[in-house]
Design a protein around this ligand. Structure first.
Ligand SMILES: [Ca+2]
Length: 363
């Protein structure tokens, strides 16, 4: 079932989606993937690069629905500890990329890549954290400057028949703090990932804390957490077959069953951490890296958000984003794996993209 298809025309698509829905569910339920169990066989386990510097540090009390709902969005010792909310990873070698996914994920040579040690946020940067940054600095985000952002909504039948990419809209005045446009606010969302931020917005936040964005290699080293990458057909599910991340169960873009407990963005840390104690490396919101996208260009997962942006907008450099989002399904995207990658123009804010920060060891 792992394929992504490109829409040529909206005509009669709604019917087509309905027709394949049953088949998609049959596959989803008949063959639940047990990635956690099989991944354990590869070995690094919870030790590995998660090193002694994390001893006696306050780690986030997250990993379940009850815990993420209670979370304020600000980590322990926020602003008192330069590494608040972070864990330290020892440097090491890993296989960067995967032969099991899309063409643009293939490792260069044997893929063996070294990364030096670094600190990394346990969660995506939250709205609460970004709000603190804006409050302290008066920062105006790119979406506010540009007058809007690309926002997802579940399209109606009429919308699907009326235009391509009916699930994406350029919403005037949408921004990180007005996720639905004018009149919308962040009530009840302070513990969710900040989204509708460009790469420059993400870097501005990171620099404010003396940090940086991860390189793609650093992000993937952290995301794989000592394991090999999952194959293309392996959706994130735990040993009991339950979704272990916030992605899309059902038929994109018309029916999200919310089997994982969330339709749309979730608070950070609702699902179990990976073996490096990092939350939501897969699903929820895509994450900016600092790297330019290279390699074979693939058709956009979930449809090209640049297609709905104003024509006057200049096209900026495509950068690598990682981890997939709440919109990745088995029938569209299938990029809920650590090796998978996507390109996003650096200055294009969208409602499915956020980030986390790193702080590298002195070399
Ligand atoms: Ca979901």
């Amino acid at each position: 079932m792992a394929f992504s298809f490109k829409l040529k025309s909206g005509v009669a698509l709604y019917g087509a989606y309905a027709a394949i829905a049953a088949a998609a569910f049959a596959v989803a339920f008949a063959a639940p993937s047990i990635s956690a169990a099989s991944a354990a066989a590869f070995g690094a386990g919870p030790s590995g690069a998660f090193d002694n510097l994390n001893r006696s540090r306050p780690l986030a009390a997250l990993g379940s629905e009850q815990q993420c709902k209670r979370y304020s969005g600000l980590p322990a010792r926020w602003r008192d500890d330069p590494q608040a909310g972070m864990v330290h990873l020892h440097g090491g070698d890993f296989v960067f990329g995967s032969k099991l996914g899309y063409e643009d994920e293939r490792p260069a040579g044997d893929g063996k890549t070294h990364v030096a040690g670094f600190w990394i946020d346990q969660t995506d940067v939250t709205n609460a954290q970004f709000a603190a940054f804006v409050h302290a600095t008066g920062y105006v985000s790119d979406a506010e400057r540009q007058g809007g952002a690309v926002v997802f909504h579940t399209p109606t039948r009429e919308e699907m028949n009326a235009r391509d990419l009916a699930w994406w809209s350029w919403v005037k005045s949408a921004a990180w703090n007005h996720p639905g446009g004018p009149g919308s606010n962040l009530d009840g969302r302070m513990n969710q990932p900040v989204t509708m931020v460009t790469q420059a917005d993400a870097l501005a936040y990171a620099h404010w804390l003396g940090r940086d964005l991860p390189t793609e290699a650093e992000w993937e080293y952290a995301g794989k957490a000592g394991h090999d990458g999952a194959d293309l057909d392996t959706a994130p599910r735990d040993a009991h077959g339950k979704p272990s991340a916030n992605y899309w169960q059902g038929v994109f873009p018309v029916l999200d069953t919310g089997e994982d407990g969330h339709v749309g963005l979730a608070p950070v840390g609702c699902y179990a951490a990976n073996d490096f104690r990092l939350y939501d490396m897969i699903g929820n919101a895509w994450e900016w890296t600092r790297d330019v996208y290279t390699g074979p260009h693939q058709s956009h997962t979930n449809g090209d958000t640049a297609a709905v942006a104003p024509l006057s907008r200049r096209h900026d450099t495509p950068m690598v984003i990682k981890g997939g989002s709440f919109l990745c399904s088995r029938d569209y995207c299938v990029r809920y794996r650590a090796a998978s990658r996507e390109q996003q123009e650096a200055d294009l804010p969208a409602s499915h993209i956020g980030f986390r920060t790193v702080s590298r060891d002195a070399s």
